[in-house]
Design a protein around this ligand. Structure first.
Ligand SMILES: [Zn+2]
Length: 347
């Protein structure tokens, strides 16, 4: 038994003792969790009890964006030892699966992903995790930054799917945490400029503070007009849809240049219509993103090299004992909040 943040059912969280699985296999590491980010998906399970066909039917530990310290390693683990500071990739595929063999383990149908029912998350002092999905952090990268690698990996996967070329102009529709991560990954991936569009000015102010990012408040300026003006009517090389909002999805073709790419990152709650002829008339390349695969090393390398600074996106840090308050604040969805993190005591 260990203390854990448990989603008992829709709308009901408790911080209580819970039977946390702790068998250390030969290829596993035991990690003392230090920082966990609160993700939109955790919050959605809390407020709605389900995401699509993933339904919370029994109590589940929340949390999947984590960093910590290795306590113990299994008999066959090489390259990690007690005391190493690490972050963990929350999705564990079946490593013998067809998808894993193809290198696309993020879409392995049998992937076990933290805090996706019925799999427990990591908001508890210790977890056991495969060493193969546990990554060392450079000494100067904090646990807080380590816990940001998970959402940043989605931005990285989006940039990868876009096949950015040096000097590309990109647009990101939606300035939520994933939109911001995508914008920063696109810049790191070689974009000359990234335009981020949203209707919440406080969010735009946060992401607009980064060099290389311009913002468009769509309450004041229609995004298509702004992009046309910025590109002399040609359009953006890459459009990242990160809002999941139906009107934004319908308007995608207008933002892209002929022969450009559209990357669908945001997840609409309901099926959303697309302007197929609009896509065809410019022969746009359509890409989709689901989590990430083989990204963590690169994401950590960029953060470690100082090419990407995610610290300004950490809005508040609450202690583990106030986890429920952290979730209730995340539910408020303040426009000045990007990422809320929970810190566990140094064991
Ligand atoms: Zn997440």
């Amino acid at each position: 038994m260990a203390e854990a943040l448990v989603l008992e059912e829709k709308g009901k969280l408790s911080l209580r003792d819970f039977p946390v699985p702790d068998d250390l296999g030969a290829g596993d590491v035991r990690v003392a969790i230090r920082t966990v980010g609160v993700c939109g998906s955790d919050v959605h399970y809390y407020t709605h009890g389900k995401i699509g066909h993933f339904v919370v039917n029994e109590p589940m530990i929340l949390g999947h964006e984590a960093a910590g310290v290795v306590l113990e390693v299994g008999a066959q683990v090489e390259g990690l030892k007690a005391g190493d500071r690490v972050c963990m990739e929350p999705g564990i595929p079946d490593q013998t699966s067809r998808a894993a063999k193809l290198g696309i383990y993020n879409v392995d149908p049998s992937v076990q992903f933290w805090a996706t029912p019925p799999v427990h998350g990591c908001l508890t002092p210790e977890i056991v995790h495969p060493a193969a999905f546990t990554y060392k952090l450079p000494d100067h990268v904090t646990f807080a930054e380590g816990a940001m690698v998970e959402p940043f990996a989605i931005g990285m996967q989006s940039a990868l799917r876009a096949r950015i070329q040096p000097g590309d102009i990109a647009v990101v529709t939606g300035a939520g945490p994933i939109g911001m991560m995508t914008a920063l990954a696109a810049l790191a991936g070689g974009c000359a400029k990234v335009y981020v569009a949203d209707l919440a000015q406080p969010k735009l102010d946060i992401i607009g503070a980064y060099d290389g990012i311009e913002t468009i408040n769509i309450r004041e300026t229609p995004v298509a007009g702004a992009i046309a003006e910025a590109t002399e009517g040609w359009g953006a090389d890459v459009v990242f849809e990160c809002s999941g909002a139906a009107p934004a999805i319908l308007g995608l073709p207008a933002l892209a240049r002929p022969g450009g790419a559209v990357v669908l990152v945001g997840m609409p709650v309901e099926p959303a219509p697309m302007d197929i002829v609009g896509l065809q008339a410019k022969e746009l390349r359509l890409e989709t993103v689901f989590r990430y695969a083989n990204i963590y090393d690169r994401a950590i390398a960029l953060i470690g090299a100082g090419k990407v600074d995610l610290k300004p996106l950490i809005s508040a840090t609450l202690p583990f004992k106030d986890s429920i308050a952290a979730f209730d604040r995340a539910v408020e969805a303040r426009e000045t909040d990007v990422k809320i993190q929970i810190e566990l005591p140094d064991a």
